[in-house]
Design a binder for this molecule. Sequence first.
Ligand code: NAI
Ligand code: MG
Length: 490
Amino acid sequence: MFTKSPNPTGKTFPTYDPRTGDVIAHVAEGDAEDINRAVSAARKAFDEGPWPKMTAYERSRVLFRFADLIDQHTEELATLETWDNGKPYEQAAKIELPMISRLIRYYAGWADKIHGLTVPADSPHLVQTIHEPIGVAGQIIPWNFPLLMFAWKVGPALACGNTVVIKTAEQTPLSALHAAKLLHEAGLPPGVLNVVSGFGPTAGAALATHMQVDKLAFTGSTETGKIVLELAAKSNLKPVTLELGGKSPFIVCKDADVDKTVELAHFALFFNQGQCCCAGSRTYVHESVYDEFLEKAKARALKRSVGDPFVAGIEQGPQIDSEQFEKIMRYIRSGVESGATLETGGERIGDKGFYIQPTVFSNVKEDMLIAKDEIFGPVQSILKFKELEGDGNNTFPNCRDINEVIRRANTTSYGLAAGVFTQDIDTANTLTRALKVGTVWINCYDVFDAAIPFGGYKMSGQGREKGIHCLSNYLQVKAVVTPLKDPAWI
Ligand code: NAI
Ligand code: MG
């Protein structure tokens, strides 16, 4: 599979099976010259057509056909996803692939509903706004949800009539190549979508720097987000949207349903091997339910089934690669050294692949690294919150416990998401408005409909993906002004 390299240098790189560390395939390694070629193809397809010159309805039909093909090819796509990434096959096939075709249909539905306004002027002028595609969109995606991230990026860009150069993550190049083939089968004209497999500092940086790329969308670490933003600014000032890391608080109030909340907190952190930007990675529990919660959270982690992700019923597969595996193990050691209590887990499983025991820390404090950094692994950190004693600066004097947890939850440079668990509407409303995050889930977590916008405050990013809000990332608004001669009205 994919062993022939069509790229000018003839270079390839291996992609690995995280279950064993064995090579699955050698993939063409795109570098700056490949990015040049891909951008030229995308430029030509945008400037000369036919894609932007097709009717919006015709474009929507291509995307609808693509969604149908995704549904028909779920098994192959989910297999590639699990093989390359290590996520449970059932998760890929039953949760992610249906989300992907749904999202493509959502944006297919938007394609022919994007239009401007006729704007009243103060003088006799006809003023119109036209929403135009922005041009060539450059997109860089990570490895934790390879196909879902492909869909989040490509779906809205194509629906708006843009052409695309997308660089996949070096850890997971396979599934997007297959999806691109299906898009062409669906009738996407040549040059409209260009997938480049390759590494960040070479292919990724070339895309971010390219003078012929009109817009850049990036998902990945905050560190790399800063680099691509700088590259975009230093080249042609292309607008950039960033979806970056997180350290999302999961807040369990004193009146929360403990059993349900334990299960949701477990899901919020351990889903996808803990490799989620919005993982609920700081579990704040009110002192009155803390002991019960902790005991149950530990029992749930001990019950989690870890193993070969192709086996039915397995909840957790291996981490993506040795680099992430080592990083997570370093954080576990740092948690122990900084004085947090290791309740369960903390060890490697087996001697092959990158499996880690579901790990729970209690007595976690905000100044510990495990409470500050994005661990991106199966490590739950539980923190206790309680009533503040005599704090005169309280904003909400009747709920001092809530004040404390608001202050602590916001003590982070990230601001992606939060979970709030309470039966009290006032507590929920107070927390919702005070938390500096892009998404608040109340008594639920990780609800990801295509129509719900997603993105970060602070260093979790810029702009929103999904929903109606994402369309503006891929459109220019042009004002057209014409004098009106003897108008019947203005
Ligand atoms: P990364 O941010 O370096 O990689 C994401 C994408 O950016 C990949 O396609 C990569 O090739 C590309 N890239 C890397 N360096 C680049 C550069 N100089 N110019 C242009 N593109 C570049 O993330 P990485 O190294 O895979 O993981 C490191 C940490 O990042 C993880 O441990 C996790 O904490 C976080 N992360 C967050 C994700 C999210 O969904 N927000 C996804 C993946 C990682
Ligand atoms: Mg990196």
